[in-house]
Design a protein around this ligand. Sequence first.
Ligand SMILES: NC(=O)c1ccc[n+]([C@@H]2O[C@H](COP(=O)([O-])OP(=O)(O)OC[C@H]3O[C@@H](n4cnc5c(N)ncnc54)[C@H](O)[C@@H]3O)[C@@H](O)[C@H]2O)c1
Length: 262
Amino acid sequence: MQIEQGVTHAIVTGAASGLGRATARALAANGVLVSVFDINEAEGKRVADDIGGMFHRVDITSEESALQGFSDARAAFGQERILVHCAMTTKGGKTVGRDRATGGWTRMSSEDYAFSAMGILVASYRMASISALGMVEHAEPLEDGERGVITLTASIAAEDAQVGQVAYGSCKAGVNGLILPMARDLMDQGVRFNSIMPGIMSTPPVHALPEKVFQVLNDSVPFPKRLGKPEEYASLVLELVRNSYFNGQNIRLDGAIRMPPR
Ligand SMILES: NC(=O)c1ccc[n+]([C@@H]2O[C@H](COP(=O)([O-])OP(=O)(O)OC[C@H]3O[C@@H](n4cnc5c(N)ncnc54)[C@H](O)[C@@H]3O)[C@@H](O)[C@H]2O)c1
């Protein structure tokens, strides 16, 4: 899709931090009007102000909040042609493991599993389907009949989740699983869907890990021997926007890393 400077509107979720923030900045630097969706108001507003975009406080786990956010963003910048969904909520834990307090065996509760399912898989479906409906109803077809492009964020944990990542890994695999059926469902309306599986990227959650773990992660990347840069994620998003032949793909962005079991 060709970006129309000052006209093309993109919604980026989780854009107050990390990969979403880098993507919001890169899109804005390329002339896109960006709506910043996040629950972090202070940082979200700061990012939006920096890039000449607009902040909307949206909780991706709430249908009501999401619908309101899309409606407000469209009222301000028109129908979005680009959605990049980065936000998520999850809880770690093993399928069966030792309870720290009692020392006995315990399993991850279905409620804790459902927290990740709602925060990753259902939220991805919610944001993508709301955006796709808007594109079908309100975006005029461009060249090749294209109306819009949607990028979801999975993880390499979708393919090689480690111990303690049963919920995160399986729900991110579900995000990958949305891509082909959604691309097929919208094939006659010209909406494309892809997902990116980032490896270990240099963002706040990774920097919050203990120094020793952080160093092991750094050293474990085959090449380049470093964490991924949020700008490298953003650059791939831009390519997925511009190159209309990308559709129905789950793409690893990981320096050839394959995660061991633990
Ligand atoms: N950083 C990595 O190494 C890495 C690796 C693989 C996948 N990912 C994926 O990339 C995405 C972004 O991760 P990041 O590292 O940039 O994280 P981050 O913590 O830097 O940014 C996440 C943003 O999402 C926002 N957010 C959290 N819950 C929200 C909610 N309910 N509604 C709206 N916004 C909410 C946060 O406020 C934050 O601004 C996630 O989906 C993550 O699973 C990251």
